[in-house]
Design a protein. Structure first.
Length: 148
């Protein structure tokens, strides 16, 4: 990771609810994590499982959260038979393939909108009425157009 790469934080819970947030350019810091996902978590309200990057540990400590790190570079895939980051890694892989194959890359300025689109696309992919589901999902947030 260098200053030319965009850090995207993907969160996913046990119910497969996914959130994707553009965090920063370059290496991620604790403040970037706080800005990206801090507003959605209450202190002590969740268990955080991440890769071994030290910023996540600091974020979890500040939030009084239970924390588990998985160090893939040391061959670790699952911790305590329960904690893993494989779903998030799979999500990252699907996003990279979708953006690379469909758009041949996107502007950093609009990356968050593409991430939002991907999240909605993934949420409705098994529905028979995809068009109707997309319209319903889009209309849930009438203020979205104003924000973006």
């Amino acid at each position: 990771m260098n200053k030319d790469h965009v850090a995207v934080i993907a969160t996913q819970d046990r119910n497969s609810v996914v959130d994707l947030s553009v965090a920063t350019l370059g290496r991620i810091k604790k403040a970037d994590i706080e800005k990206a996902i801090g507003g959605r978590l209450k202190k002590g309200d969740a268990i955080l499982c991440s890769d071994a990057h030290h910023s996540y540990k600091g974020f979890a400590k500040d939030r009084e959260m239970e924390y588990h790190s998985v160090n893939a570079s040391k061959g670790q895939r699952v911790k305590a038979g329960l904690y893993h980051i494989q779903h998030v890694n799979s999500t990252h892989n699907r996003i990279r393939k979708w953006i690379g194959a469909t758009f041949w890359g996107v502007s950093t300025k609009y990356l968050q909108q593409y991430l939002n689109w991907h999240r909605v696309k993934e949420e409705i992919k098994y529905r028979r009425d995809k068009a109707q589901a997309f319209v319903e999902r889009t209309m849930e947030d009438a203020e979205a157009l104003i924000r973006f």
